[in-house]
Design a protein around this ligand. Structure first.
Ligand SMILES: Nc1nc2c(c(=O)[nH]1)N[C@H]1C(S)=C(S)[C@@H](COP(=O)(O)O)O[C@H]1N2
Ligand SMILES: [Mo]
Length: 301
């Protein structure tokens, strides 16, 4: 994000011919059908446009941002495979009644598993439609029982430079940290994803567990989470530390607030030729705008 703006990305990288044509679309269709997983076009989660077809599996899993494995879009798919995601322990800390170091299975035990097809939009002005599987974060919080002082959540990615070559560089401050308000965390759209297209998450998409917040820019969705803290004040977040004038804490998709180096009112859906209009809150305004009544979203970008 700091490295290259959309204008710098060679057209071939985004409008790669191989993203078009029958083959990939056909593979995606077969993938969905053979899995027997129904991904309705209009999910209750609010996919508004009927032409929001899921982005092909091999695009979702080969065009990634995961700077721990390199800054190129194809670096995570090439480099993340060796990350060890079993066993996986998540530390729960801060103002919460049930803190502890949880094995992932124990953390998620008893929680409802949901499938949600979400539009995802990167701050770099490209977007995808991804069929996620996971657990509602609200259900996990109910189980962990936040205290009355818990106003924010902080999510921290694994720090392990031996396994994550990007962490041997100073491209970002490590480990990667993101945060939400407790109201955002408790919103039904917010999930901790463990799967994609009916299968376990691939490492490049943040296995074994990552945050998904579809009305915010992609960078809010921290990958491979090892710690969740419940805090009284807003956590410091990685991209905000790196470039505070470019990346705020809220990071709601807002076509009226332009990035200092490029516009935010259009986006390129991967696999499509023409740009689309970017919608307020990425099209989820009817579900989430009420979270921000009384908050100036230009000042709080
Ligand atoms: N730990 C970590 N999480 C991360 C990132 C990252 O570099 N490191 N990139 C973010 C950005 S900018 C985006 S757009 C999404 C991309 O998720 P995807 O590759 O699964 O589509 O992951 C987010 N989560
Ligand atoms: Mo992003």
């Amino acid at each position: 994000m700091l490295i290259r703006r959309p204008a710098d990305i060679p057209v071939a990288e985004i409008t790669d011919e191989s993203l078009y044509g029958g083959r990939r679309e056909w593979l995606a269709a077969v993938g969905l059908a053979t899995l027997g997983v129904a991904f309705p076009r209009r999910v209750s989660a609010g996919l508004g446009q009927v032409d929001d077809q899921p982005t092909p599996f091999d695009v979702v899993t080969t065009y990634n941002n995961y700077y721990e494995f390199g800054t190129g879009k194809d670096d995570p798919a090439r480099n993340a495979g060796s990350l060890r995601t079993k066993p996986w322990v998540v530390a729960v800390e801060g103002d919460v009644k049930r803190p502890g170091n949880y094995h992932l299975d124990d953390l998620l035990k008893g929680l409802p598993v949901v499938e949600r097809v979400y539009r995802m939009r990167c701050v770099e002005a490209w977007s995808m439609v991804i069929p996620w599987m996971g657990v509602p974060l609200a259900a996990l919080l109910k189980k962990l029982e936040p205290g009355t002082k818990a106003k924010y959540l902080e999510f921290t990615t694994l720090y392990d430079p031996k396994q994550m070559p990007g962490q041997r560089s100073g491209v970002l401050e490590w480990p990667y940290v993101e945060g939400l308000t407790i109201q955002e965390a408790n919103h039904d759209l917010t999930i901790l994803a463990t799967g994609i297209y009916g299968k376990s998450l691939l490492n490049q998409n943040g296995a074994p567990i990552r945050l998904v917040v579809p009305w915010k820019y992609g960078f809010k969705g921290g990958k491979s989470i090892v710690r969740i803290r419940l805090l009284e004040t807003a956590p410091k977040t990685t991209w905000n530390i790196a470039a505070p004038q470019e990346y705020g804490f809220y990071a709601n998709v807002n076509p009226k607030v332009h990035h200092p180096r490029w516009r935010q009112d259009k986006e390129r859906r991967l696999g499509e030729l023409f740009k689309r209009d970017t919608l307020p809150f990425n099209g989820y305004a009817d579900r989430v705008a009420s979270l921000y009544t009384g908050i100036d979203l230009k000042a709080n970008y």
